[in-house]
Design a protein around this ligand. Structure first.
Ligand code: DON
Length: 313
């Protein structure tokens, strides 16, 4: 159902928030476990809303591209579900983990089946599923291809320097993959799975591109892409449910409480939030809190939701 959308009012709210965020001193810390992300300036903030109809509305550094990191897990989930449908859930669960995004502890108790597709272990299984289902190796990474299609922007690319940086420091992810290999839940090998996963994490997009690309969540699917990517209303609803319960890791409950919208974060400092029936929001500031979520992007989403009275509750 389409709800009323007052463009000038939304623009004034975004401008005001962007202005206030520019003056914030407490911005968190960049993700220095990926060296290439450690050099990104903290003094950037962008926000964009992509409504049901019309062009995106934005403020601040909304056209600056950044590393989408774990936000890519929304897109890889779409690709894997397109390829194998509900059989995916035999290999990955749908429960929040309550643990950090890169935690390994539950994997041993639960015999190599990750709790959900948004923690690193779950996203690695999703990458493996996609690799297994790629008949002929396509030229582009299927997640990159989907991002370009959804954002209607062929200029979106993988940041090779971020990819190389993750490859050189990603042993924790390798440990997760090896553990799941030992439990029979990785089938394409650790090397190929890790490479494919780091490639999708290294995709660069701006807030405007991300908000546009995630609009299908807010509009209960995408008529045009129903055939190509099976972006049906049911699928969009279920991805929203997973974002609400698992999209911000062990902070998902707090984000539901504060923002009240299905969100997905990434350690590049981006967060997307879908507003069913209205549109999609993307906010970005590279500084993170202890749980790996952007301090100012999350605060901005909380303020947008409050001022525009957007909530799923
Ligand atoms: O695998 C990693 O650790 C990163 N490439 C992605 C982690 C991430 O974005 C978690 N999100 N908050």
């Amino acid at each position: 159902m389409q709800k009323e959308f007052d463009r000038p009012f939304v623009q004034s709210v975004l401008d005001d928030i962007s202005h206030r965020m520019a003056g914030e001193a407490d911005r968190g810390d960049v993700a220095d476990y990926i060296p290439e992300l450690a050099s990104v300036s903290l003094n950037q903030f962008g926000i964009a809303v992509a409504p049901l109809d019309g062009l995106p509305i934005s403020a601040g550094d909304a056209n600056v591209a950044f590393s989408i990191q774990s936000i890519s897990k929304v897109f890889s989930l779409v690709v894997a579900l397109d390829r194998v449908g509900a059989t995916l859930w035999r290999r990955v669960g749908r429960e929040p983990s309550g643990d950090p995004f890169n935690s390994i502890v539950q994997l041993e108790f639960e015999r190599g089946k990750p709790r959900n597709p948004f923690i690193n272990a779950g996203a690695l299984v999703v990458s493996d599923v996609i690799l297994q289902e790629e008949e002929a190796k396509s030229e582009e990474h299927p997640v990159l291809e989907l991002c370009r299609t959804l954002a209607n922007d062929p200029t979106i690319e993988i940041d090779e320097a971020v990819f190389a940086s993750e490859m050189s420091t990603g042993d924790r992810n390798r440990a997760l993959a090896y553990f799941m290999l030992a439990e029979g839940n990785i089938e394409s090998g650790v090397k190929a799975t890790i490479e494919s996963y780091f490639r999708q994490c290294s995709i660069e997009m701006s807030c405007v591109q991300l908000a546009t690309a995630t609009r299908f969540l807010a509009f209960a699917g995408n008529q045009e892409l129903k055939e190509d990517w099976k972006l049906t209303p049911e699928r969009a609803r279920r991805i929203n449910a997973l974002m609400m319960t698992c999209g911000c890791y062990d902070a998902s409950g707090e984000v539901a409480f504060r923002v009240g919208l299905p969100c997905k974060s990434g350690v590049g400092g981006g967060v997307v939030a879908s507003v069913p029936g209205i549109g999609s929001i993307a906010a970005w500031c590279p500084g993170l809190d202890k749980k790996g979520n952007s301090v100012l992007a999350m605060r901005a989403l909380e303020e947008v939701a409050r001022e525009l009275k957007w909530s799923v509750f």
